[in-house]
Ligand binder design. Structure first.
Ligand code: ARG
Length: 469
């Protein structure tokens, strides 16, 4: 049981009857928004500091408020705080606890403020900090990918289109494709962070406040770029949450694609790689099994993040200005998105350093499926044959190889010459896997020296980012 001073609702004045017990539980958000407490307190301390600077509360009151809030924070940190459902949310729980501690001064904290601008501020502060953590995890994963790409610079594997063997590539090059996706994901999050780093406080309930507040000062105290321009917009829009979730959904989509490849590659049929035992589990019935659970789970979790994006878009779409209680529903999808995204990035960054490559197996696979057929066509073009004609010639050679069960590199010179008299014995360097990848020797190509140069450039970019992080 709570005593009455702890549970009396701050808005009780207008009401004659108590809230229905079920409605109270139904409308409360404290079970989940308590997660915002540190940011709620940070926002309140900045608000009280501004109120004192503007002469709206005294410096003595300000000091009592700050000391009280810090004591409440310590109590919550220690897990000793008694969260009350009748007090609805994190904001009223903390304010009520503050007043219970310091008396009259606590009642002045909410001057010139509303829970509407307060919650919008809390969520932005929280998400800004989470984006910073997520960005560090992306950098860690990117570094792991570069290390692996460097190790597998010369490893040849089949490149696929339509999941059919297309042309030989280096595994390092493939990993740099993953890296490139993450680079854009990182930028999207930084961009989102820049737009959300604007302060709602001072918008109060919706129209602003009659007190002589200094929003620029509060914004500065909280590290916001500036106060929001429009009070109605400041309390009501959650586009920043949608934008973040969209960036998270795209990032998860990328991780899901990596997952799909890791799952395929670690199957007995591909057998390109082996994930470390510590990232796999066995089967309770089939003793031989080693399952790629981590990538599978990441692929699976991608679905719920897509769902959160759709949920948040739908949450927002019919809301008239300004604040509506609907917005309370922004938190759980956001929290879940952040938790799962951080988890997926963390486990991926850890797992990448623990991948064993079966290089011989990758090489053998690259030799199948006539992966150097394009190289032969390009060779004929260099001999003066038009590309379309060269394509036709090689197509016939491949058909012959299919019938014979042999790769182009296994043909004799005279067999090859049946398809074109332009072919001479220098053709065999072109038909090797090493010759094929080395020939794609331009910016962005798969040749090992291009991949090496790309890794160097990528490391320079990462270092530049880490320096400002
Ligand atoms: N728990 C609320 C939310 O998350 C806080 C704001 C409540 N404001 C209000 N006028 N009921 O949105």
């Amino acid at each position: 049981m709570h005593d009455m001073t702890m549970t009396a609702k701050p808005w009780a004045g207008r009401f004659n009857a108590p809230t229905d017990a079920f409605v109270e539980a139904f409308t409360a958000s404290v079970s989940f928004d308590q997660r915002l407490y540190a940011y709620d307190i940070q926002g309140s301390i900045a608000h009280a500091t501004m109120l004192a600077q503007q002469g709206i509360v005294t410096t003595v009151e300000r000091d009592a408020i700050i000391a009280g809030l810090e004591a409440v924070r310590a109590e919550i940190d220690a897990g000793a705080f008694n969260w009350s459902i009748p007090l609805e949310d994190v904001h009223m729980n903390i304010e009520t606890a503050l007043t219970a501690r310091i008396g009259e001064a606590g009642k002045k904290l909410h001057t010139g403020r509303s829970r509407n601008d307060q919650v919008a501020t809390d969520v932005r502060l929280w998400l800004r900090a989470e984006i910073d953590v997520i960005c560090l995890e992306i950098l860690r994963l990117q570094t792991a990918l570069l290390d692996l790409a460097e190790r597998e610079l010369n490893t040849i594997m089949p490149g696929f289109t339509h999941l059919q063997v297309a042309q030989p590539i280096t595994f390092g090059h493939h990993l740099l494709a993953w890296f490139a996706m993450l680079e854009r994901d990182y930028e999207r999050l930084i961009d989102c962070r820049r737009r959300l780093n604007v302060m709602p406080l001072g918008a109060a309930a919706l129209a602003g406040t009659t007190y002589p507040i200094d929003r620029h000062y509060t914004a500065q105290l909280l590290g916001f770029e500036r106060p929001a321009e429009n009070s109605l917009d400041a309390v009501s829009d959650r586009d920043f949450a949608i934008e973040f979730t969209a960036a998270a959904a795209i990032l998860m989509m990328h991780l899901s694609r990596y997952s799909e490849e890791l799952i395929l590659w670690s199957s007995a049929q591909f057998n390109f790689i082996e994930l470390a035992d510590s990232f796999c589990t066995g089967s309770s019935i089939m003793p031989q099994k080693k399952n790629p659970d981590v990538p599978e789970l990441v692929r699976g979790k991608t679905g719920r993040i897509f769902g959160h994006l759709m949920g948040l878009l739908t949450l927002m779409k019919s809301q008239p200005l300004a604040y509506n209680k609907d917005n309370q529903e922004d938190k759980e999808p956001l929290f879940d998105t952040v938790d799962n995204l951080k988890g997926a990035l963390r486990v991926y960054a850890d797992m990448m350093g623990n991948i064993t490559c079966h290089r011989q197996q990758m090489r053998t696979a690259a030799q199948q499926g006539f992966s150097t057929a394009t190289d032969l066509a390009d060779y004929l073009v260099r001999r003066g044959i038009a590309f379309r004609d060269a394509h036709e010639i090689v197509g016939k050679a491949v058909a012959f190889g299919v019938r014979e069960g042999r790769d182009l590199s296994e043909f004799t010179l005279s067999e090859l010459q049946q398809f074109s008299t332009m072919i001479t014995d220098d053709v065999f360097t072109v038909l090797t896997l090493e010759g094929s990848v080395a020939a794609r020797d331009h910016f962005g190509g798969t040749a090992p020296n291009q991949v090496r140069a790309a890794i160097v450039r990528a490391r320079v970019r990462l270092q530049a980012i880490s320096a400002v992080q």
